[in-house]
Design a protein around this ligand. Structure first.
Ligand code: MF3
Ligand code: CO
Length: 251
């Protein structure tokens, strides 16, 4: 599928979807504490999403059985919510959520500490978030897609982290996953030329150790091969002629 340029009306709907998703993340962040289960997070997330007249886009997506992907510690992404999985003090937890508002998607992820966390965990979360902001410095009309990829990858690599290569960001709009695919590492080519009206879900996944990942037997949960901690940070971003607009983050 070709990369689409969204119309002003489509951008309006994606703006609304993003605002709602930002609010859902803010509410979920307040709920994070030791003792809750990953299913508790999923249940609250689904209720919040539906309360804003949205549909949770992940639920039943390729058979995924939750509304929020909840990934703890060495889990990179796509952890399945479970009533048996309890957050403990010192864990880090990544929440990835998607909403559909009037047919338009927004997708965003954050990683939080549960109670007090180690200094190395805190730094991982910080560098992952910073790598996203490093990448979007290049997210404007006239630049190339892989300018973003290279900036993210270099930022995390230079600080000694492993940058996940087996999963990428993506275009987003009427579908959760649209073209183009957006790697988080330096590419030998430039990639497509960015144009105003493109909407991209940019999502670095960064590990303390190796970049290598593997899948658990549930066929969803992605973990680091060396079981080192992993963090995730994602926003739905609108390309313009000037600064990018972070649709899923309140400014
Ligand atoms: N945010 C995730 C992504 O961009 C979506 C999770 S896939 C799902 O790939 F199946 F869990 F929904
Ligand atoms: Co995504």
């Amino acid at each position: 599928m070709a990369v689409t340029i969204k119309s002003p009306r489509e951008i309006e709907l994606m703006t609304k979807a993003g605002e709602i998703l930002a609010t859902v993340h803010e509410e979920l962040e307040k709920f994070i504490k030791p003792g809750i289960t990953t299913k508790d997070i999923d249940k609250l997330g689904e209720e919040l999403i539906r309360s804003y007249d949205c549909i949770p886009s992940f639920l039943d997506y390729n058979g995924y059985p939750g509304s929020i992907c909840v990934s703890i510690n060495e889990e990179v992404v796509h952890g399945i919510p479970s009533p048996h999985r309890i957050l403990r003090e010192g864990d880090i937890v990544s929440l990835d959520a998607g909403v559909i508002y009037k047919g338009y998607h927004s997708d965003a992820a954050r990683t939080y500490g549960v109670g007090r966390i180690s200094e190395e965990a805190r730094q991982l979360i910080e560098v992952t978030r910073e790598s996203f902001f490093e990448g979007i410095k290049y997210a404007k009309e006239g630049n190339y897609l892989f300018d973003i990829s290279g900036a993210i990858g270099k930022y995390a690599n230079d600080r000694g982290y492993g940058v996940v290569r087996d999963l990428c960001g993506h275009g987003i709009g009427t579908d959760l996953h649209e073209s183009p695919e957006i790697p988080n590492y330096e590419m030998p080519r430039k990639g497509l030329k960015l144009k105003a009206g493109m909407t991209l879900a940019i999502e670095p996944m960064i590990n303390i150790g190796t970049h290598e990942v593997e899948w658990l037997d549930d066929d969803w949960t992605v973990i680091t091969k060396d079981h080192s901690l992993s963090a995730h940070y994602e926003n739905t971003v609108l390309i313009t002629e000037g600064e990018p607009v972070l649709l899923s983050l309140k400014q």
